[in-house]
Design a protein around this ligand. Structure first.
Ligand code: NDP
Length: 480
């Protein structure tokens, strides 16, 4: 908490308050009079202090920072940010757990949200990723079911391993992410000691109208550090806000965390012939096929002044894509383009983009007006329709994105048909050290031991298909 200079307390209307200790009563023993508007205002405001918590990623921590371009990728993108080495922009990053509520412990086994907002001179670019390069599902129609299985049992209100493994065992596309989640990296030591990934395939496009598919990687420069389940459990009891505290303290001490930003680039045409479905969120592009290219460094160097205003009200949107950045046909990304803004409108209202933490650092000229909590001048008397004869802002064809080539009949295609859900999970298992494999198997066995046998067997079949040794060891750990 920071100290403020001495001031007279007021009501919200600025009227000086003479007594904030004693309510207005009829006689010293009460009752309280309705005329005590100060008391009414304080109670009423208090009752409305909370906005709905995020349904996922409720618990988080955030900080401002700087992104600096260190590698030339101007041949892939016309984004001004990347026009030359040395360019930089302010950014805000929010880290989070996924399934826990606002007050939940930080050191749980869960993916971590890694949401970045780059305030570029051509508008906000939001890279809203995780600390994992893949996800549990590849079709957003399964997202609500997946999250229900990770949250609480409808009857008991308890988290339930059976719900989780039931869903995963019936959704083989989750195996890759499940393997990452239960590996040593499933509980980062701090937010500073984990990588971030854009996870989806996005695109970049240049002045010539050429599109490239791109995967974003943010590699921690503090080194990967993780917690064992035993350490994490102990910390969760002693300091549930361990990760939030660590980020704030590190920045206060001048230990500003940094990440190296890298990309993998795939020419647009390669997507048609590449053996791995390039728009499948459960798959990575092996580095030997598409090597990492250095792009820049991001450093977090300033904590917010007010947690609610800046972290709780921060609103990230994968759809924030300035000229030179684009989306891809990834089905999960397509759904997120819509869903994030929709969630913010519900949580913090239609004018969320004008809140200071979300407000672009470049001028905004839109015809959107009014709505709840329009707390700025609402564009005063300027024209609010287009076309108009009053010099209102104009759309500009120079920012037109190249066409996205799509083909095919509209249908509900089975995304599991002919899809190899096992190879990449197996590749990950095979690259682990003996100690990492032992941790992975131990973590899975502990999480599965209370799960009904038919679900255990169904899941072990998936581990087997990824790698025989992987399946055998989990089976033996469960006594099967
Ligand atoms: P590489 O040997 O080139 O890369 C292995 C990757 O695995 C590195 O990025 C490494 O991250 C990461 N890694 C190591 N241990 C873990 C873990 N416990 N959880 C998550 N990631 C881990 O191999 P490939 O590119 O051929 O990929 C092989 C497998 O590696 C993939 O199937 C995938 O599971 C995993 N992987 C691949 C990534 C990619 O983009 N290609 C990204 C992340 C994981 P680091 O360098 O930071 O140590």
């Amino acid at each position: 908490m920071s100290k403020s200079s001495k001031k007279t307390m007021t009501t919200d209307a600025g009227v000086p308050v003479s007594d904030n200790q004693n309510s207005l009563t009829a006689g010293p023993r009460g009752p309280v009079l309705m005329a005590d508007y100060h008391l009414m205002e304080r109670m009423a405001h208090f009752n409305r202090e909370r906005v709905p918590e995020r349904i996922v990623h409720a618990k988080g921590a955030g900080a401002y920072g700087t992104f600096t371009v260190t590698g030339d990728i101007s041949r892939y993108t016309r984004a001004k940010l990347f026009s030359k080495i040395g360019n930089s922009c302010e950014m805000f990053v929010r880290f989070s757990t996924v399934a826990g509520e606002l007050g939940s412990a930080d050191t749980v086994r869960d993916p971590r949200g890694f949401a970045c907002k780059f305030y570029t001179e051509e508008g906000n670019w939001d890279l809203v990723g995780n600390n994992t390069p893949v996800f549990f599902i590849r079709d957003a129609l399964k997202f609500q079911d997946f999250i229900h299985s990770q949250k609480r049992d409808p009857q008991t209100g308890l988290k339930d391993n059976t719900m989780q493994w039931d869903f995963w065992s019936l959704s083989p596309e989750s195996l890759h992410q499940v393997t990452i989640l239960f590996s040593d990296r499933g509980i980062p030591a701090t937010y500073r000691n984990m990588n971030g990934y854009g996870s989806h395939t996005f695109s970049l496009w240049n002045d010539k109208g050429e599109r490239y598919w791109v995967k974003w990687h943010l590699k921690t420069m503090q080194g990967i550090k993780c917690l064992t389940e035993e350490e994490a459990g102990r910390i969760a009891g002693q300091d549930p806000d361990f990760h939030r505290r660590d980020l704030f303290t590190a920045i206060k001490q001048g230990k500003n965390p940094k990440w190296g930003v890298q990309i993998q680039i795939m020419p647009e045409k390669d997507a048609e012939t590449y053996s791995i479905h390039p728009f499948d969120l459960t798959k990575v592009w092996p580095h030997k096929d598409y090597p990492l290219i250095e792009v820049g460094v991001m450093e977090l160097n300033r904590s917010p002044e007010n947690y609610f205003a800046e972290v709780e009200q921060s609103a990230f949107e994968p759809s924030n894509l300035p000229p030179g950045f684009g989306a891809s046909p990834d089905k999960m990304l397509q759904a997120r383009l819509l869903s994030y803004a929709d969630a913010h409108r519900y949580r913090i209202g239609i004018n969320y983009a004008a809140l200071p933490v979300n407000k672009p650092r470049c001028p905004v000229h839109t015809y959107n007006r009014d709505g709840h909590m329009r707390f700025d001048g609402n564009y005063g008397g300027t024209v609010n329709y287009q076309p108009n004869s009053f010099d209102g802002p104009m759309d500009d064809k120079q920012y037109k994105e190249p066409p996205l080539h799509i083909s095919g009949d509209a249908d509900r295609y089975d995304h599991r048909e002919g899809n190899d859900d096992y190879k990449q999970a197996g590749d990950l298992y095979r690259l682990m050290s003996a100690d990492q494999k032992a941790q992975l198997v131990g973590n899975i066995v502990r999480a599965m031991k209370t799960v009904p046998k038919d679900i255990q067997l169904r899941q072990i079949d998936h581990f087997h298909k990824a790698d025989k040794d992987y399946g055998d060891r989990v089976a033996s750990g469960l006594g099967l």
